[in-house]
Every structure is written in structure tokens, then in C-alpha cells.
Design a protein around this ligand. Structure first.
Ligand code: FMN
Length: 293
């Protein structure tokens, strides 16, 4: 299916885009107007765009339904400061409640049952319950259009971060497994990040991977190894050599059992290599595949 976004209703375009561009982190933005009224609203059109200078952007859009603007936008135009509270699983239902269209002047901290905590450098208060809070100065507000659905980029410089010590590791850095982020997807869908779905992808920063094109043809065209497996194998800096010290009983059995049938041996070696790759044992998988040559 190919969709030309100009040919469909804005609400349908929003639906396709929000399901496809997901999961999105959630900025729970605390803002204040010049009379001192506090607002707290979640925005998943949000991300980090620069670390030096530290810049994050979120986007309160004009409502698709009636083209009205959001209080958060109006507030930062009056007082260009915001606290961005990072949303974790423990806060998600109350965060969603804060997104109700309460009339102007209604404090969502109270409505959603969150506790205010004084910020150090900006006027809007922080959400005490959030485990990471960013005090920000608004650098620029950039409207992206005038129609319903048009975003307004609120470009923020992060002045200071408050990090709950319960999510730190022993070196004082954030332990990714301890901050149970939630993210927004399409419709009512959310994702919860925890140890059951976190995984690592090894990325060499200084050395180049050999690339899939440099893999031997039998590996590249394997019916057993997947695209992920090829990506892992091709991430080595140079073609590995057979390591005579690699002493593996399963490999020995495969070679012994299938020596009369090279085609089956090939398949069996690929199956075993896949097993190893799927648990992150790239060097071992290479040794298994090299036994083929
Ligand atoms: C998790 C979540 C993410 C949201 N993300 C956005 C967003 O990125 N942009 C937007 O305009 N509205 C977004 N909304 C809807 C706003 O939170 C909602 O319109 C809110 O009432 C705006 O409040 P305000 O008028 O007090 O600023 C989101 C709602 C939820 C629950």
C-alpha cells in the first residue's frame, strides 16, 4: 500500500504516522503563564537533538479536530521556561490523565495527583515522582503550519538534570535497566522498557565492520542465517581466522557425523552458528562457520 499523505484526511495521516513512527519517548512538560498558572501535559513528539549544546525539542500541535492551540504552547510563549519530566511506568496512568483537556488555569499536578517540587533555575515546578527531570530554557518556538495538526517546535536548552539516585549504577551513571521508561506508539498503545525487552547491539565506534558484501557467498546466501545474523557477522573489523584453540564438542560432532554429506554439514553448521549468534556469541559463531572451509 502506498499512501500519499496529501490525499487523506489529516486525522488518518496522524494515525498512520503515529503508528509507524514509534515508540516515541514522552516529555511531561511543566510550564507556567505570566500570571503564575501552572500547566502539566505529556508530549510524545519529543526527542534529544544535540548534547553540546544540550537541546531537546517537543511539539504541542494544533488540534486536528478544531485547530486550537494547547496551553503548554501559550505558556512558553509567555514564560520561555519548562521542566521536562521523564515518564516511567510507575507514572503512566496519571500522566495520561494529565492530558485531559482541562480548562485554562486548572493545575494538572492536582488533577493527576502529582507532587510539585521547586525547580532550581526555572519557574515551572518539577514532578517530584519523576526519576529524571530536565530544567530547560526555551530557545525558540517554531510553528510548522497554521492548519489543524501543525506542530510547534519548542526548542529547549537543558540547563540542569535531576536524577533519582535509585536509578544510578555503581559508577554514578544511569543504569538503563533501572529506569523503566514508557513510550507512546499509535492509538492507545504504549511500550514499557525493562530487562525483559532490553538488549544490546555491539557497535564498534572506531573500527569499521567488514560489511555484508565482504562475507563469503555461502554465508551471505544462507537460508538459515537471518539478516540480523549477517549484521552481527559483518560487524567484525577483519575476516576472522580459524582458531586452533577453539575446542567445541558440538562442532566436532557435526563435522564427524556429517562428513560424508557436505551439504547437510553446511546446513548444520549454519544452524549451530545461528544458535550462537542469537545469544550474542559472535566469535564462536565465526569459528563454527570457518569449519566449513
Ligand atoms: C502520552 C501522550 C503523548 C502526547 N503527545 C502529544 C504531542 O506530542 N503533541 C500534542 O500536541 N499532544 C500530545 N498529547 C496530547 C496532549 O497531552 C493534550 O492535548 C493536552 O491536553 C495538552 O494540554 P495543554 O492544552 O494543557 O497544553 C499527548 C497525550 C498523551 C497522553
Amino acid at each position: 500500500m502506498i499512501i500519499n499523505l496529501k490525499d487523506i484526511k489529516p486525522a488518518d495521516a496522524q494515525n498512520f504516522l503515529q503508528h509507524a513512527i514509534a515508540p516515541r519517548p514522552i516529555c511531561f512538560a511543566s510550564t507556567i503563564d505570566k500570571e503564575g498558572n501552572i500547566n502539566l501535559s505529556p508530549f510524545s513528539f519529543f526527542n534529544l537533538f544535540s548534547s553540546n549544546p544540550p537541546v531537546v525539542i517537543f511539539s504541542p500541535a494544533r488540534r486536528v479536530r478544531n485547530n486550537t492551540t494547547k496551553h503548554s504552547l501559550e505558556n512558553v510563549l509567555q514564560v520561555p521556561e519548562v521542566v521536562i519530566n521523564i515518564v516511567d511506568y510507575d507514572m503512566v496512568q496519571q500522566t495520561s490523565l494529565a492530558s485531559c483537556e482541562f480548562p485554562k488555569g486548572i493545575n494538572e499536578f492536582i488533577k493527576a495527583g502529582f507532587t510539585t517540587q521547586k525547580a532550581t533555575l526555572v519557574q515551572p515546578p518539577m514532578v517530584k515522582e519523576s526519576k529524571v527531570k530536565l530544567e530547560c530554557k526555551v530557545l525558540e518556538v517554531k510553528p510548522l503550519g497554521t492548519q489543524g495538526g501543525a506542530g510547534n517546535l519548542i526548542i529547549c536548552e537543558v540547563l540542569c538534570m535531576h536524577i533519582d539516585e535509585s536509578i544510578l549504577d555503581e559508577t554514578g551513571k544511569i543504569d538503563q535497566t533501572k529506569l523503566h521508561h514508557v513510550a507512546r506508539l499509535g492509538g492507545d498503545w504504549y511500550a514499557k522498557i525493562d530487562e525483559t525487552n532490553l538488549f544490546k547491539v555491539a557497535k564498534p565506534n572506531t573500527q569499521l565492520g567488514i560489511g555484508v558484501d565482504a562475507l563469503p557467498k555461502s554465508i551471505r546466501q544462507s537460508k538459515i542465517l537471518t539478516g540480523n545474523n549477517l549484521g552481527q557477522l559483518a560487524n567484525v573489523h577483519e575476516m576472522p581466522f580459524v582458531d586452533p584453540a577453539f575446542n567445541d564438542d558440538k562442532l566436532k560432532n557435526i563435522i564427524q557425523y556429517f562428513s560424508i554429506n557436505p551439504e547437510d554439514m553446511d546446513k548444520e553448521l549454519h544452524r549451530y552458528a545461528k544458535e550462537l549468534l542469537d545469544v550474542g556469541k559472535v566469535a564462536e559463531a565465526w569459528q563454527v562457520l570457518l569449519a566449513d572451509y
